[in-house]
Design a protein around this ligand. Structure first.
Ligand code: FAD
Length: 308
C-alpha cells in the first residue's frame, strides 16, 4: 500500500511541483545528489579527491524506452569523462552506468543498443584513463547485464560488474567472477524481489553478503565492498587484513551523503573508499523510485539525515 501511495504521489505533477519547491526537499536532494550537470559532478569528484576518497559518478536516469534518451545519456557520460580528464581527476574518479538508461529495455534491439552505448562509454573512459562499473538492476535483467559485462570485458577488461548478495544465485556468480583482473562490486541489492529468487530477511541477506564477500576477498580479483552496514564493514576489514597486496587490492564503497563520517574514518585508516555520486536533472524520479521499490529505503535516507 505504501508503495502504491509513493508511486501515485511520484506520478502527480502537482505533487512533484510541491515536493520540489519545499526547502526541505532541496536540502535532502543536495545531501544525496551532487548537482544537476557535469560541472557539478566534476566539482564533487574534486572535493572527494581532496578528502582522500575515490568517486564513481552516476548520471541519473533509468528505464528508458526511448532511443534518443539513451543516446543523450551516453553523450552525457562521454562529456563527463572528457571533463574529468581535463580536470585531472581520472586517477580517482570512474563512472557507474545503468544499462536500462542506455536502452536495454527497448523492444527487440534493446540489448544491442545498450551494448553499443556502453562500448562508447567504455572507450571514452579508456581514453580518459579510467574505468566503468555496470550497476545491477532488478533480477529480470541479471543474465542480460552479466552477459553484456562479459562482452564489454573482452575489449575493456577493467569493466566492473555488480553482484547483489540478496539473490540466491549470487554465490555462484561470485565464484565465477572471482578471477584475476576482475572488478566486482558487492552490494546487498536495492530492489523488491520475490522470495523465489532472493533472501527476504535482514539476517539472511547479511549472511549471504558475508559468504559472497569471503569468496571475492579470498580470490585474486579486485573486490569492491559496497555497504554502510557496520557488521559487514568490520568483517570486510578482517578479510582485508588476510589478503596479500595490502590496501591496494580492494575498496569499500558508500553512497554520497550516507555515513560521511564513516567514509572519512575508513579512508584515514588507510582503506580505499569510493563514494557513489549520483548527479543529473532526474533526481526526483531517482529518489521516488528508490522509495517505491523498497519502502525500507525511506528509513535508509531518513537515518542518514540524523546520523554520521
Ligand atoms: P542497510 O541494510 O541499509 O544498513 C545496514 C546497517 O547499516 C543499518 O542497520 C545501520 O546499522 C547502518 N546504516 C545504514 N545507513 C546508515 C546511516 N545512514 N547512518 C548510520 N548507520 C547506517 N543496489 C543495487 O541493487 N544495484 C547496484 O548496482 C547498487 N550499487 C550500489 C553502489 C554503492 C556504492 C552502494 C553503497 C550501494 C549500491 N546499491 C546497489 C544499494 C545496495 O544494494 C543497498 O540497497 C544499500 O547500500 C543499503 O544496504 P547496506 O548494505 O548499506 O545496509
Amino acid at each position: 500500500m505504501l508503495r502504491q501511495a509513493i508511486l501515485k504521489t511520484a506520478a502527480s505533477h502537482r505533487a512533484r511541483r510541491a515536493i520540489e519547491a519545499t526547502p526541505l526537499t532541496r536540502s535532502v536532494v543536495d545531501r544525496f545528489v551532487a548537482g544537476e550537470d557535469v560541472p557539478a559532478a566534476v566539482r564533487a569528484s574534486g572535493r572527494l579527491q581532496t578528502s582522500g576518497c575515490l568517486a564513481t559518478l552516476d548520471y541519473l536516469g533509468e528505464d528508458t524506452t526511448d532511443r534518443a534518451r539513451a543516446d543523450h545519456v551516453t553523450r552525457q557520460y562521454v562529456a563527463l569523462l572528457d571533463a574529468l580528464a581535463v580536470a585531472g581527476l581520472t586517477g580517482t574518479a570512474e563512472v557507474s552506468i545503468k544499462l536500462s538508461a542506455l536502452g536495454q529495455a527497448l523492444p527487440r534491439e534493446g540489448e544491442a543498443v545498450a551494448l553499443e552505448n556502453a562500448l562508447r562509454i567504455c572507450a571514452a573512459a579508456a581514453r580518459a584513463g579510467t574505468t566503468v562499473t555496470v550497476d545491477m538492476e532488478d533480477h529480470t535483467t541479471t543474465d542480460s547485464t552479466l552477459g553484456i559485462v562479459a562482452q564489454l570485458r573482452r575489449e575493456f577488461p577493467q569493466t566492473g560488474a555488480v553482484i547483489q548478495a540478496y539473490l540466491h544465485r549470487s554465490e555462484a556468480d561470485c565464484r565465477e567472477l572471482a578471477t584475476a583482473g576482475s572488478r566486482v562490486r558487492l552490494c546487498k541489492g536495492a530492489y523488491r524481489e520475490p522470495a523465489s529468487v532472493a533472501y527476504q530477511s535482514r539476517a539472511e541477506v547479511t549472511a549471504a553478503y558475508l559468504r559472497c564477500a569471503e569468496i571475492l576477498m579470498g580470490g585474486p580479483g579486485y573486490p569492491m565492498l559496497a555497504t554502510h552496514d557496520p557488521e559487514i564493514i568490520e568483517a570486510g576489514t578482517r578479510l582485508a587484513a588476510g589478503r596479500a597486496g595490502g590496501h591496494a587490492g580492494y575498496e569499500f564503497q558508500m553512497l554520497y551523503g550516507i555515513r560521511p563520517g564513516e567514509q572519512a574514518r575508513l579512508a584515514e585508516a588507510g582503506h580505499q573508499v569510493r563514494v557513489y555520486v549520483p548527479f543529473g536533472e532526474e533526481w526526483y524520479g531517482y529518489l521516488m523510485r528508490r522509495l517505491a521499490e523498497r519502502p525500507a529505503n525511506l528509513l535508509f535516507f531518513l537515518r542518514a539525515l540524523t546520523s554520521r
